[in-house]
Write a protein that binds this ligand. Structure first.
Ligand SMILES: [Cu+2]
Length: 406
């Protein structure tokens, strides 16, 4: 008990944790990609830059960048590529391409005991089919990750290498975390160095970006690159840039990225107590910020949801039918979820901002205005008079929604 109390205290005083769109470096360590995928309708651009300093007298600085570009397809798949411009993975090719797909069917947000993702891809430099399985789970402020990798034609040699990696990220407040990991070759001799990395991980306040300042002995961020340690210590940073297409292409792309298939179809007010919904908030997942507050066994599959009409145009979600009821809605991935709410007069709607950036719920006609809703905070408004209330977000005018009061 004596040991449990301090842990509980730390968990209790930590600010509400907002999952920064899955890509967050607050949820993964330098050499473990993590069980995250970009949500549908989002491009993810991550820039990893490492350098090492040569010996005296010249102390030449050599740079090792890796660029990741990925696209969210459906609710749990990301396809993309890593490109490292100064790779030592294969001696013949300094430019390393890795094309991959990552599927993350399990999210702790959606009630799974662990977040899980499988990745499969092809490394052009090593001419290798590579795969990985990642498991991750949060325990209060600590998030643990385990990854198994199989490198089919490792480092352009006719050998298959298996690597076991583990890492942890310790969250120290809303904007800061410490991360570390170790990757050990399972079936290679003692001559192969383990891969290690350690980082100071930041969320940049009021932006969707995260930053890692790191030290490691690995080269690139591909599965091959992250699996092999080198002789030299390298320093560097990673910067994550989520690009929400709806910001640039309007409603179509926004509609392609509903906050969650489950959230649009399930009435959280009728299926969960606020406490349960809060408990299921995305506190420890690297997968999806947009998961439904409750597991949604009756929700349509991601596939079905995407083929269905956009939630803000049709299929009004009946969040509440009783006067005096409380309905919960979310703001995540720069979208209101659901975008169309239909309630009985007298219903109070509570919006929770699940994004790492501030939003507002502002009536187009000025009849209500939340002001700034900070990340993790809620705002409530009671709708007493029947009518149709169009609203938007002041910082992001492309975010639109409507409340229909009957
Ligand atoms: Cu906004």
């Amino acid at each position: 008990m004596r040991r449990v109390i301090p842990i509980l205290l730390v968990a209790a005083v930590s600010p509400p944790v907002v999952a920064a769109a899955g890509q967050s470096l607050l949820e993964r360590s330098p050499n473990i990609a993590g069980a995250w995928v970009a949500p549908a309708g989002r491009l993810q651009f991550n820039f990893l830059h490492r350098f090492q300093v040569g010996s005296a007298p010249t102390r030449k600085v050599t740079n090792y960048p890796t660029f990741l570009l990925g696209a969210g397809v459906g609710s749990s798949l990301m396809v993309g590529a890593n490109y490292a411009t100064n790779s030592d993975v294969a001696e013949r090719y300094p430019n390393e391409w890795e094309f991959f797909g990552r599927w993350a069917p399990w999210s702790t947000d959606a009630g799974a005991p662990v977040a899980a993702a499988v990745q499969a891809g092809y490394n052009l430099a090593a001419q290798s089919v590579d795969g990985a399985l990642v498991l991750a789970r949060g325990f209060g402020p600590v998030r643990l990750q385990a990854e198994g990798r199989v490198l089919g034609h490792a480092y352009d040699r006719a050998e298959t290498r298996v690597v076991a990696a583990g890492g942890a990220v310790v969250r120290l407040g809303r904007w800061f975390a410490l991360g570390a990991d170790l990757g050990v070759p399972v079936n290679a001799g003692d001559t192969v160095r383990a891969a290690w990395g350690a980082g100071l991980q930041f969320a940049l306040p009021y932006t969707p970006h995260t930053l890692s300042l790191q030290v490691t002995n690995t080269n690139s961020a591909t599965l091959e690159g992250a699996s092999r340690g080198g002789r030299q210590r390298r320093y560097g940073f990673e910067f994550t840039v989520p690009i929400t297409l709806g910001r640039f292409f309007g409603r179509t792309a926004t509609a392609a990225a509903p906050p969650a298939p489950g959230a649009a179809a399930v009435d959280p007010a009728l299926t969960a107590t606020p406490a349960a919904a809060a408990k299921a908030a995305p506190a420890d997942s690297g997968v999806a910020v947009a998961a439904a507050p409750t597991p949604a066994p009756t929700a349509p599959s991601a596939d079905t949801a995407r083929r269905a009409p956009a939630p803000d145009r049709a299929a009004p979600t009946r969040l509440a039918r009783r006067a005096g009821a409380v309905s919960r809605a979310t703001i995540s991935n720069l979208a209101f979820g659901p975008a169309r709410l239909q309630v009985a007069a007298g219903t109070t709607i509570v919006w929770t901002n699940r994004d790492p950036v501030p939003h507002s719920v502002t009536a187009d006609d000025g009849s209500f205005d939340s002001g700034v809703i900070e990340p993790g905070k809620t705002w409530r408004h009671t709708f007493t008079r029947p009518g149709t209330y169009n609203f938007h977000c002041t910082p992001h005018p492309f975010m639109k929604g409507v409340v229909v009061v009957r």
